[in-house]
Design a protein. Structure first.
Length: 547
């Protein structure tokens, strides 16, 4: 069923990337983004299947709330050490070391493997031993419910090594991306999703037979999946000549540089911790299931983020860093410009579809088993609040690593501090009045402010004109996406009663997506984007001829 839901979105992805080929003067970012996006697409589909199975088995209940709170603790640390400051600091430094010599690059990789392993191993151990205290902080309302509290503590301890293994996976991915290997590292998270699905399907009844709670299968799926995600990338490193190396002495200048760059990130991370802590407290206190509603909505929101934004951001980091370190500013700016336009070209149509068809998408994907009609309505409300921030989230994934590449790490940290404080204030005052969906809206407004600050600073640091950010082509994309959303919204109300049943939902969603895509393409044609559409036709025709 997930494949049916994402077919129309995949068509938009294909359209966007082919259209960009016609315009871009440099294709390196596009090529690597496409490779990563195609692999990530497979992973996200499996992730969606994983969420469907979790929704069917456990619904949006106190059980899923327990798992999500427990999972959030190591996942928060992962955001810094695996996908945040460390990754942004490592790739430019590793690229610089490789430009000097292969031996220096290999030595840096395994020196950081040891250092990162010591840090994450220590944090994993602390998470295990202080799990009760952590749950009391992250979800104080759980303490009154002894069963939920104990279950959350058990899940936290099961998943405590998750941080170590997922950080190693991110380290390997950063190294392989720097070596221009994109597909397998981007596909590695699929193994995580597969293992999570297998554990839910196989272990649930087995755990019940042993006298344990079935929801523990979610925790075992997460930890085993993280092990495999790291392991599948090792053969590629060995093949590239970057296999394990005995490090005689820790503390090389480049390794110290990477670790020192974590300092600014730690400041931003502390603010992020406070922000997410308050959001978790407000969600767990507002209503039973609120944490789960927000999670399911965020998973759908992450489909275009994971497939497109992260892929484009990682590709830009590699190509921008390489050009910048060589002193080729013109090539670096071309890479940044290409990534900027490609992000809008990809996510605006996706945002239009996810917003206008939110109810239909959530109902088709999740509403079965223990996932009720009420959960569908609440999840759809949260999804609409999240997707409004999709373009800003995409830009954030591009711009933050750019500041690290030019050695201006403090800028995104200070920007994050300001936006997070705004988010905390907004959510703290608005959630008790208007409900849990304000937590999703606060995330969107926070990302908008963050990107606005970063745009001003990026313009100053790179001596960019405002025409870099505001172009005629961007305006056309906004208009076309707006028309697309309006038509889909109007038609969804008219045909919703004409196609009852599960198969009818699939037909309805596919039909609406197809019409919306037609409107999007038609609007671009009317606004003069004929050459781009002709390029799309030629590319599609050549592909069919080859087949």
């Amino acid at each position: 069923m997930s494949v049916q839901v994402t077919t129309s979105y995949f068509s938009l992805l294909t359209y966007s990337t082919l259209l960009t080929i016609h315009f871009m003067s440099t294709k390196n970012v596009l090529r690597s983004s496409l490779v990563m996006a195609s692999a990530t697409f497979c992973s996200r589909i499996l992730g969606l299947v994983r969420e469907q199975i979790m929704a069917a088995y456990f619904g949006a209940s106190g059980l899923t709330d327990a798992f999500l709170v427990a999972y959030r603790i190591p996942n928060l640390l992962r955001d810094l050490l695996a996908e945040g400051a460390f990754s942004s600091a490592f790739v430019p430094t590793f690229t610089e070391a490789n430009q000097h010599s292969h031996e220096e690059g290999r030595s840096l990789l395994w020196e950081l493997f040891i250092l990162l392993g010591l840090i994450t191993g220590t944090l994993s151990a602390l998470t295990y031993f202080f799990a009760p205290e952590l749950i009391s902080i992250f979800a104080p309302s759980f303490v009154a419910d002894h069963q939920k509290y104990e279950l959350t503590v058990s899940l936290t301890r099961i998943m405590s090594p998750f941080l170590f293994f997922i950080s190693m996976a991110a380290l390997f991915m950063g190294a392989l991306n720097s070596l221009r290997v994109f597909f397998i590292p981007a596909l590695a998270p699929a193994s995580f999703n597969v293992m999570s699905i297998v554990c839910m399907v196989v272990m649930t009844s087995w755990l019940v037979g042993l006298g344990y709670h079935p929801v523990l299968s979610l925790g075992w799926g997460a930890i085993l999946g993280s092990v495999i995600q790291a392991a599948v990338q090792m053969p590629l490193l060995i093949k590239k000549g970057y296999g394990p190396l005995m490090i005689k002495r820790l503390g090389s200048p480049r390794a110290i540089k990477v670790i020192s760059l974590l300092g600014p990130g730690l400041i931003g991370f502390a603010a992020t911790q406070i922000n997410l802590l308050i959001n978790t407290i407000l969600a767990t206190s507002s209503a039973v299931g609120a944490t789960s509603w927000l999670n399911y909505a965020f998973r759908l929101f992450q489909m275009p983020v994971g497939i497109l934004s992260v892929s484009i951001g990682n590709s830009n980091l590699v190509h921008f860093s390489a050009a910048w370190k060589k002193g080729d500013k013109e090539e670096a700016l071309r890479s940044l410009s290409s990534s900027y336009y490609l992000s809008f070209l990809s996510v605006l149509p996706a945002m239009a579809l996810l917003y206008s068809l939110s109810d239909e998408i959530v109902k088709l994907i999740f509403e079965r088993g223990r996932f009720s009609f009420e959960s569908t309505a609440m999840t759809a409300v949260a999804l609409r609040m999240y997707v409004l921030g999709l373009p800003f989230y995409s830009l954030y994934k591009i711009w933050v690593p750019t500041f690290y590449a030019i050695d201006r790490q403090k800028v995104p940290v200070l920007s994050s501090l300001v936006s997070i404080l705004m988010n905390i204030a907004f959510c703290w005052f608005m959630t008790p009045i208007y409900g849990f969906e304000m937590l999703a809206l606060g995330t969107t407004l926070s990302m908008l402010m963050n990107c606005t600050i970063l745009a001003f600073m990026l313009r100053s640091d790179l001596k960019l004109s405002w025409s870099f950010f505001f172009t005629t082509r961007l305006g056309k994309l906004i208009v076309a996406s707006g028309l697309m959303a309006a038509v889909a919204e109007i038609l969804s109300d008219k045909i919703s009663q004409l196609t009852p049943g599960l198969m009818g939902q699939v037909v309805q969603l596919t039909l609406l997506s197809g019409i919306a895509l037609f409107i999007f393409v038609g609007a671009l044609l009317v606004m003069g984007e004929r050459d781009a559409v002709n390029a799309l036709k030629k590319k599609m025709s050549s592909r069919f001829k080859k087949r």
